[in-house]
Design a protein around this ligand. Structure first.
Ligand code: Q0Z
Length: 286
């Protein structure tokens, strides 16, 4: 087999070319908080995210085809179809948080969606909204309105990604809700295959591409604890770290607690025991 060529590094993932048509996406155990990658890893985090993403890909194929070709036996690497990626991030928000909340407080709207007055932080929106963003190569993605997104992908493709992203979010949100998890928002990335067919790519509906909140203790009117990273954030806040690189090392109790939260999210959402996934990662595809 020809060696994989390294194409790039994300904060917590690595991307390789297998050949002209196939990529290898590897989820590491790195964790970022406040946009800084910490020096301490969370064992199995990459496997949890890879397994979750593959689980959603297998269950959303009737909504949209996706790039997944195979999950490797290491549980953290996926072979995928190499696509022409669209130049927008396809964000869907069901709850008012993050930059959507900030935009709303400043302007009463977000990405051109006029919202009802009097909404509070973390409140469920009347309907999920599509709030595309640009892909920043450095710094933060910037929310854009529909007109700007149309300039980037065309009017027909814009309507299509909006419809598909909303359908994917509604499906996953309902599934998660039944299992005690709120998906507050999520970011999808799409590409086009050589025939111009829209394909769901990258990672999908993981805690790194979404905000997962425990339904227990959901309190509109304040920021919600993150399902997965709250121990890490609380620990970092307790240090008074200034949130610039380098971040702090994590003590073993924070590592262990955070690892358990990732594994709990996996088990709740998939209904599959994480040890069974480690034994045979393809279990999430059935
Ligand atoms: C994903 C990324 C990562 C760095 C390109 N199926 C695809 N076809 C073409 N390109 C991509 C995909 Cl998923 C693609 N990224 C994001 C991932 C490291 C950047 F692991 N960039």
């Amino acid at each position: 087999m020809a060696p994989a060529v390294h194409l790039g590094s994300g904060k917590v993932r690595e991307l390789y070319a297998l050949d002209d048509e196939r990529l290898l996406l590897v989820a590491t155990d790195r964790i970022s908080t406040f946009d800084v990658v910490l020096p301490t890893e969370i064992p199995d985090k990459g496997r949890v995210l890879t397994g979750l993403s593959a689980f959603w890909f297998a269950r959303t194929r009737s909504i949209c085809p996706n790039h997944l070709l195979a999950v490797r036996s290491d549980g953290r690497s996926t072979e995928c179809r190499r696509l022409e990626m669209l130049p927008i991030e396809c964000v869907v928000r069901g709850y008012l948080t993050g930059s959507g909340w900030k935009d709303y407080v400043a302007t009463g709207s977000t990405s051109g969606h006029a919202l009802p007055p009097g909404l509070v932080e973390s409140q469920e929106l009347p309907e999920p909204i599509f709030t595309p963003a640009t892909k920043a190569t450095t710094g933060h993605d910037e929310n854009i309105d529909a007109e700007t997104a149309v300039e980037l992908v065309g009017a027909d493709r814009f309507r299509e990604v909006e419809r598909i992203a909303l359908a994917l979010y509604r499906f996953a949100s309902a599934h998660a809700h039944e299992r005690g998890i709120i998906i507050a928002d999520t970011k999808f990335e799409f590409g086009l295959d050589p025939d111009g067919v829209l394909v769901l790519a990258d990672e999908a509906l993981t805690p790194d591409s979404s905000r997962f909140w425990p339904m227990d203790g959901y309190r509109p009117g304040q920021a919600q604890p993150s399902f997965d990273k709250q121990f890490v954030r609380d620990y970092c806040e307790s240090l008074g770290w200034d949130k610039t690189d380098p971040g702090p090392e994590l003590p073993e109790n924070v590592v262990a607690g955070t690892r358990e939260r990732y594994i709990e999210a996996f088990a709740l959402l998939t209904g599959i025991d994480f040890d069974a996934y480690l034994d045979n990662p393809e279990i999430v595809l059935r």
